[in-house]
Write a protein that binds this ligand. Structure first.
Ligand code: TXA
Ligand code: MG
Length: 360
């Protein structure tokens, strides 16, 4: 067990001495967790295979799950990827720095440990000043997955990282809570037209504005509503409590949630509710633990609070978390994706006709 150092940094203007200390750790093959605009990443020198293996070890991440390479300058893309199509530069121009990850063919110098043995690589240029300063100062691209134990909820605060990875990594740069709160959108440019592999911080609508209609992988694999098919996703981004996601008409969903909450409470369970402001009054009569996500009219705030809310409910010791689907517009699509995975099979589609939960 190593000692994990936590260094507080100003998120807008990080202290150069702290960045230098973190960069030195990266250069000698160590592991540094750092804030990005999406979630905290667990970074290592992307060109050092041994260092990259350390990431998999610390996270207990299976070796077949490839990592995102973070760069500080668009030109650095040429060190990481080959056969870069024009559309990649168009997207970089439009969305970098920012929460868009592009999947391209990998350059030979990228170790196969980063790409899980594949011939493609995921690359992004983060917008967070701490992330950019660290990559620049390290003088090397940084491979970084989210800084959580594998399968757990991604960390949006340094405390989350410490809880999951304390004693396993060298340093955490604590830049406060991460602004976006859900991970980057992963877009594959290997296929033409491009495919969204994971919805995230850059909306489908924003991509479509630049590219024309963009398809989601889930729409190709399952002829179904986008990412609402519980069977195809393994449990991921998950809290310890059981999560039940209610989708469908709002009033019906709220009634079904209320009924189930009552049943759990009667059976002596602690019940957690992850709710938008507008839904809170429907549960006023119940002694449940409520995490407030903000207004349904402000998805940026809902996304920002989502993962911290799930972790807080876990810490409160609830055995079940009930939450409601918020649709697919803008950031809501990424929120649905994360909650669907966290729910792993516990997606309840309500509709007026069946008057209740038709579990599927
Ligand atoms: O916002 C984010 O993307 C954060 C911050 C730290 O940058 N990172 C992150 O990394 O979420 P991670 O490892 O938790 O998720 C990366 C996703 C995984 O679903 C992985 O399978 C996919 O990107 N990915 C990575 N390389 C890929 C590749 N070559 N082809 C297809 N998918 C890839
Ligand atoms: Mg992750």
């Amino acid at each position: 067990m190593m000692k994990t150092i936590v260094l507080k940094v100003n998120p807008q203007h990080p202290d150069p001495a702290s960045i230098a200390r973190a960069a030195a750790i990266i250069r000698r093959g160590g592991l540094v967790a750092f804030p990005t605009e999406t979630v905290y990443g667990l970074g290592a020198d992307a060109l050092n295979a041994q260092a990259v293996l350390g990431i998999f070890h610390a996270k207990e991440r299976p070796a077949h799950d490839p990592l995102i390479v973070h760069i500080a300058d668009p030109e650095q893309l040429r060190e990481i990827a080959v056969q870069i199509p024009d559309v990649a530069w168009t997207l970089a121009q439009e969305f970098w720095p920012g929460p868009l990850t592009l999947v391209l063919y990998k350059a030979p110098q990228v170790p196969s440990e980063v790409t899980a043995g594949g011939n493609t690589v995921a690359v992004r240029l983060p917008a967070h000043p701490v992330a950019r300063a660290l990559i620049r100062q390290a003088g090397t691209p940084i491979a970084a997955p989210s800084a959580n134990r594998f399968g757990h909820v991604s960390p949006t605060r340094a405390e989350h990282v410490l809880r999951d990875l304390g004693g396993r990594i060298d340093l955490i740069l604590d830049g406060g809570s991460t602004p976006v709160g859900v991970e980057s959108t992963v877009l594959s440019l290997i296929s033409s037209p491009p495919v969204i592999l994971r919805p995230g911080g850059v909306s489908r609508e924003a991509l479509a504005h630049c590219l024309g209609p963009v398809v989601l992988r889930s729409e190709i694999t399952a002829r179904n509503q986008p990412a609402l098919s519980p069977g195809m996703t393994l449990k991921h981004y998950a809290p310890s409590a059981t999560l039940r996601l209610y989708a469908g008409e709002r009033a019906t969903a709220l009634r079904a949630m209320h009924r189930v909450a009552e049943q759990y409470l009667r059976a002596g369970h602690q019940v957690g509710l992850l709710l938008v402001d507008e839904d809170v009054p429907a549960f006023r009569d119940l002694p449940a633990v409520v995490q407030n996500l903000g207004s349904v009219t402000d998805m940026a705030t809902v996304a920002h609070r989502l993962f911290a809310g799930l972790r807080a409910l876990d810490e409160a010791g609830v055995t079940v978390i009930l939450t409601r689907d918020l649709g697919t517009e803008g950031l809501a699509l990424a929120i649905r994706d994360r909650l669907t995975r966290a729910a792993a099979g516990q997606v309840i589609l309500v509709d007026e006709k069946t008057q209740g939960d038709s579990r599927r």
